[in-house]
Design a protein around this ligand. Structure first.
Ligand SMILES: [Zn+2]
Length: 420
């Protein structure tokens, strides 16, 4: 980290607030939660089987809350349906005579006078129906297992055991679903997305003075990602992509992440919306945006990325009012942010030759150097510059590295700035 810091030229370049940065899109709708366990509760069996416990345990985010609301209203709809169904049954069984022109005889006409206890009967009927449903449900599963016979493997016998206690077991499923244990967060906002944390790693300084270029591309994936990947492949270069959701929908982004990783590159969060005013309006807002983009990475790769890049850089004026708390929160969760040593200027309106001159004029002074570029629909110039930059770096003895949390970061603003 020290040898990066010694180059005052590198430090002079502050994170830019480029056009594409400034004109970010608005927030999209919440990405749909993929798996809400509440929906898996058997539909027909919903009487006093511990739903309230389950829902309170799983109601952690607003998404879950919405589902909880939907779940409750569906319960209400169901119970309404059940009541109307029991009305029909009552009529079928002759408990209530609502037909004014009934052709029946005296016994029926006498019934209304008795003030027949309607509600207990409704309750009893509903209860009977529920019991019948439960028993038939058990019966069907039990029968199915019997058909498999004793010759079946132990797997099927264990599933039959499961089936035998299906009702309580399946209703308990939401809480018994193995959720990976996360250590308690003692950060100020640790009650928000407590699962959003990663294990901290030690930085490994580049003591041997290895010549490494860390190519980084912000803002993608875009429709040019294929061209970026082909260009990198052409020279055997690897890069780190700090992604956003500006150009693609969630499903396309997940597919793009998989492709980037499969082709040997690193993927890390930049921002979901790229709307600075919203992202940096509060620590909570930042966490929400960060989680949305890192969730897509987790969906594609199975884990959260431990590294990230702040939109506009760590020292952007947009985060000034929340910066200290933001760093404390993100550092406390184990995430490491990376600014850059050299910006090619591809988001500052520089021509291709200007980008090349500036980059080579600065990067070659570094032993290891983080280079900022952008992926976007209008970044053909960036691809063009790579065809010169990559061979130049290689000719000067550099290899291309991927950022990971062991690489000492370049950080324009850091928590130690607030030390007394
Ligand atoms: Zn950006």
């Amino acid at each position: 980290m020290d040898n990066k810091g010694t180059d005052s030229n590198g430090r002079r370049f502050r994170p830019e607030d480029s056009q594409d940065h400034a004109s970010g899109r608005r927030f999209r709708e919440e990405p749909q939660e993929r798996d809400n366990n509440l929906r898996r509760v058997p539909r027909q069996i919903d009487i006093d089987l511990g739903f309230d416990d389950i829902s309170s345990n799983t109601r952690q985010s607003r998404d879950d809350f919405d589902d909880y609301e939907a779940f409750n209203s569906s319960r209400q709809r169901k119970s309404t349906r059940r009541e109307s169904r029991s009305d029909t049954l009552e009529e079928d069984y002759g408990f209530i005579n609502r037909s004014p022109g009934s052709r029946n005889g005296a016994p029926r006409r006498r019934q209304p006078k008795k003030k027949f206890p309607i509600f207990p009967v409704i309750f009893a009927v509903v209860l009977i129906i529920a019991i019948i449903v439960v028993l038939s449900f058990l019966g069907v599963l039990g029968g199915g297992d019997k058909e498999k016979g004793s010759a079946s493997s132990s797997v099927s016998s264990s599933s039959s055991v499961r089936a035998g206690i299906t009702i309580p077991a399946s209703t308990l499923e939401p809480t018994s679903t193995p959720t990976p244990a996360v250590p308690p967060l003692n950060t100020k906002y640790g009650n928000i997305y407590p699962e959003l944390q990663v294990e901290k790693k030690e930085f490994i300084p580049n003591e041997d003075g290895e010549k490494i270029i860390y190519l980084t591309f912000d803002d993608g994936p875009s429709n040019l990602r294929g061209d970026f990947l082909d260009t990198l492949d052409e020279y055997g270069a690897k890069a780190t992509f700090f992604i956003s959701a500006q150009f693609f929908d969630d499903a396309q982004i997940v597919e793009s992440i998989k492709e980037l990783v499969n082709r040997g590159h690193q993927v890390a969060p930049h921002t979901y919306s790229h709307v600075y005013n919203e992202i940096y309006s509060s620590v909570e807002a930042y966490l929400e945006d960060f989680k949305k983009i890192n969730d897509l990475i987790k969906e594609a790769t199975g884990e959260y990325s431990p590294i990230y890049r702040f939109p506009g850089g760590s020292n952007t004026g947009y985060n000034e009012s929340i910066r200290k708390e933001l760093f404390e929160e993100m550092n406390g969760r184990g995430f490491v942010y990376y600014d850059w040593d050299v910006s090619t200027g591809d988001s500052e309106g520089l021509s291709v030759s200007e980008q090349i001159d500036r980059t080579l004029g600065m990067a070659l002074y570094y032993e290891d150097c983080i280079v900022l570029m952008h992926d976007g629909p209008d970044k053909q110039g960036t691809i063009e510059s790579l065809h010169t930059l990559i061979p130049e770096f290689q000719n000067n003895g550099y290899s291309f590295g991927l950022l990971d949390p062991t690489v000492p970061p370049t950080q324009y603003a850091e928590l130690s700035d607030y030390d007394e």
